[in-house]
Design a protein. Structure first.
Length: 78
């Protein structure tokens, strides 16, 4: 039985190991963050902090509280 780490994925360039696909995806994401930092003028590091330390956790908390509010509202209707 093959281990998941050795699975092979098809790509337009031929067969790539999963790790290479993950590495390519990572570097694409880094490039997107770099472009966001350049376009906004705040730089890669600040864009990274803003997205992953402030915006993403805030959205998770917001959706959690909205979900809890709806759940309580549905209990009150019963």
């Amino acid at each position: 039985m093959a281990c998941a780490a050795f699975m092979i994925l098809e790509s337009s360039q031929g067969r790539l190991p999963v790790q290479e696909v993950i590495d390519q995806f990572f570097w694409i994401c880094v490039e997107v963050l770099r472009v966001i930092g350049d376009v906004t003028g705040m730089g890669y590091n600040l864009a990274n902090i803003l997205i992953f330390v402030i915006i993403q956790p805030s959205l998770i908390a917001l959706f959690f509280f909205l979900w809890r509010h709806e759940k309580q509202k549905n209990r009150a209707r019963r």
